[in-house]
Design a protein around this ligand. Sequence first.
Ligand code: SF4
Length: 328
Amino acid sequence: MESKVLYYDKQGESIRCRVCPHNCLLDEGKFGVCGVRTVKNGELVAINYGEFTSAAVDPIEKKPLYHYKPSKSILSFGSFGCNMTCSFCQNYEISQSRPATQYMSIEKLINIIPTIENNVGIAFTYNEPMMWYEYIYEASKKIKENSNDTSVVVVTNGYINKEPLLKLLPYVDAMNIDLKGYTNKYYNKVCGARLEPVLETIKTANEHCHVEITTLLVSDENDSVEEVREIAQFVASVNENMPLHLSRYFPRYKMENEETKIEKIIRARYEATKYLKYVYVGNVGGVDNNTYCPKCNALLVRREGYSTEVYIKEDKCSLCGEKVHIII
Ligand code: SF4
């Protein structure tokens, strides 16, 4: 279904989309980088409103969110389209092309959420949710108006302009934001984007909701100790309690580099923990991904795969009383 785009400027016969930092200038019939916004009869429209490609009930740890409602499930829901072109994309079938979709009205979505067992709410994920902006904004607003206890989660690349981001954030409880690397060279070459707007999104989101960061460490691209240090230092400068997930890359889509060496991931984690209290490792079996109290080292959350046991009742260590920055 089509919907009007909320952020744009008319420039003569053309329209400049203002949803994300590409700020595409579009003529009649042309699509932006995201593949979902186009000019039709002189109006900028998004063609994926309410159109979903993927829906599943996942452990919230899979988003990944480790410090928001641990051990709960979340309805995970996505459409198609993306404003980045990452060579290693895990979901390129829905991010870089137009697959088959089904329509879901917001009213139906609101009715489904409470019927799912152990479910805390909805996560917009799989493709880039900000490229589904018109739908997720309206849905998030109505979901929160209907029940403030229902969680809204956004799993995003963070490549969105500040105005639409600020309009959405009052209805979002938690975000996982990819920080794909710490150089413009990497963002340009591998992702078709720029670093600076993502850093701005992380800073802005941190002022409004719970935020965790994911970095996929790609062998010989962004996995040096120096780059990991810069990532950790930046995250710590925003919020030293912000969890960082360092994820291991495997060859996928157009990227043919060898899988990242486990020793590099472990070394990266060691480096990042010099600056951050909570650093986790993704896509590596057999590593300790539990959460411990930063003060007395008591076990707070035990994780094995996606099986999670929580040993705290509030956001405090039950042994020493230290605040532990986990939303239960
Ligand atoms: S949302 Fe799409 S059309 Fe709009 S600026 Fe971004 S990539 Fe371009």
